[in-house]
Design a binder for this molecule. Structure first.
Ligand SMILES: [Zn+2]
Length: 494
């Protein structure tokens, strides 16, 4: 039964020791502000930060005025701090976008660390997927999304394919699982792009799914479309401020070109009305075996196969893109598609190293994702992206720190369908993150412009999403204890 929305024992509590009522957090300068706990925020909240990362470089003494609609109304540098401002002490940067997440994979953290390969790891992951219920997924996603906020991610794109009961039967509400993720994101205050994923076949030849894969399948692309369209249609206006529905074809294994055409066409149907398309993502060429199967079956690489049905475009994102040909890079670049690297996951699963600099040089916008969530740290993802390139090339100049920040923020937000996020400027979404630079041994002594390159999730002090302060002094009102996370994880493993 889907009872997550009634589960009062998991209701958000104020931060112990800092709150003096159920909906107020006391900040360092004793300004009382509403917490995310009651989902409210003052209209026209103003923030002040001594250092702000902008497209013009690092500005000093910056006041950021946010509006009730979640946008930034004004950004003024050289402004004196006013006691009515909420003070964000440190370096404020745009919010990071996590462009590829499978929330439940978090339960694999610290187990199955070595041995086997991607395919044996997948068997372990499927065992965990088989234990998910809407209620458990809601509670686990709350914990994982909170960890993302605490790490500086303000947006997550959830690549969601656990749709149905283990038998493959729909829940009473066919979108119970997707709604559990939406409820979790709303409750903790993270911006969510729910990439509702179509998953119909076991391999490129179209073999039927095995028993553990049944719950991924809607049986046909038409049934998938009907379900996801209903999910999107039923979002209310308040939800649409921070929740967006996108589409995904799981991979060339799980979706035929004919399936993928229906998915891509739906993602772009709004173009005819002059509106923004929905994001559409796909796992692409993560494994050499997938490429070989695709070549054997179709005579084409996965990227070329998807090109035949018009999958690629400015709203498309290829996830991983580890094993590409030069022609693959050329066609992705020509289409305007993004590529999401997941460096900590790709290293953990021994996937290989993708041609990041070559793609960047071709004009492809790169972004990052935490994928299996063995690590949730955007700074670690950009450092590993750069490190992999250095090790491959023998050069130390592939990416500048500013470019890596852009990959982590503006590029990623675009790939998640939030084009007006990822920068601290007027009319952008008011999503930003402040790093504590005065008290961090990791950051101490670093040049200002290189701080994101040496920082970690541990250095995130404040996080604002849609103008609301959701992480205050390094804490979140809904933060689960380590013991609670361990218990939830155990439920998924045992
Ligand atoms: Zn993935």
């Amino acid at each position: 039964m889907n009872n997550y929305s009634d589960n009062r024992e998991h209701a958000v509590q104020p931060i112990a020791g800092t709150a003096n009522s159920s909906d107020v957090i006391v900040t360092a300068n004793n300004t009382n502000i509403p917490s995310v706990a009651n989902g409210t925020s003052r209209a026209g909240t103003t923030y002040w930060t001594p250092l702000c990362w902008t497209s013009n470089g690092i500005e000093h003494d910056v006041r950021i005025v946010t509006e009730a609609n979640g946008l930034i109304g004004a950004v003024r540098s050289g402004a004196a701090y006013d006691p009515s401002d909420i003070r964000l002490e440190g370096l404020t940067i745009p919010g990071a976008a996590n462009c590829h997440s499978h929330t439940f994979h978090r339960a694999l953290r610290g187990i199955d660390f070595a041995g086997g390969n991607f395919w044996s790891w997948r068997d372990t992951m499927y065992a965990i997927a088989s234990r998910l219920t809407p209620d458990l997924y809601f509670r686990y996603a709350k914990a994982v999304y909170t960890e993302m906020l605490l790490a500086g991610y303000t947006t997550v794109a959830e690549f969601h394919y656990i749709h149905h009961q283990l038998s493959g039967q729909s829940y009473n509400d066919p979108n119970a699982m997707g709604k559990a993720l939406i409820a979790a994101a709303q409750e903790v205050g993270i911006r969510l792009t729910l990439l509702d994923t179509c998953y119909l076949h076991a391999d490129v030849a179209g073999s039927p799914l095995n028993a553990k894969q049944q719950r991924f399948s809607d049986q046909s692309p038409e049934a998938w479309l009907e379900r996801v369209a209903a999910l999107e249609r039923n979002l209310d206006d308040a939800q649409r401020q921070t929740i967006r529905i996108g589409a995904a074809a799981h991979s060339v294994r799980a979706c035929s070109p004919q399936d993928a055409r229906i998915i891509a066409d739906w993602s772009r149907e709004s173009l005819a009305l002059g509106a923004e398309p929905r994001p559409v993502h796909i796992h692409l060429s993560e494994q050499v075996a997938e490429n070989k199967d695709c070549l054997r079956h179709s005579g084409m690489t996965p990227a070329a196969l998807m090109q035949t049905i018009g999958f690629w475009g400015g709203n498309a994102c290829a996830v991983h893109a580890t094993h590409l040909t030069a022609d693959d890079i050329t066609l992705l670049a020509a289409s305007g598609a993004s590529v999401a690297f997941c460096p900590t996951t790709e290293a953990n699963l021994a996937d290989g190293i993708g041609p990041a600099a070559a793609m960047r040089d071709a004009g492809i916008k790169l972004c990052i994702g935490s994928d299996e969530n063995v690590r949730i740290d955007p700074f670690e993802e950009i450092r590993q992206l750069d490190a992999h390139e250095r090790l491959l090339s023998g050069r130390r100049d592939a990416f500048s720190c500013a470019e890596l920040v852009n990959i982590m923020t503006a590029n990623g937000q675009r790939s998640c369908g939030w084009k007006n996020a990822g920068s601290v400027q007027e009319n952008a979404l008011a999503d930003f993150v402040t790093l504590d630079i005065a008290n961090s041994p990791r950051i101490a002594g670093a040049d200002l412009q290189n701080i994101p390159f040496v920082a970690s999730a541990s250095d995130v002090r404040y996080v604002v999403v849609g103008g609301k302060l959701v992480v205050n002094q390094g804490m979140h009102a809904a933060e689960a204890s380590a013991r609670e996370i361990a218990l939830l994880t155990k439920q998924l493993r045992d």
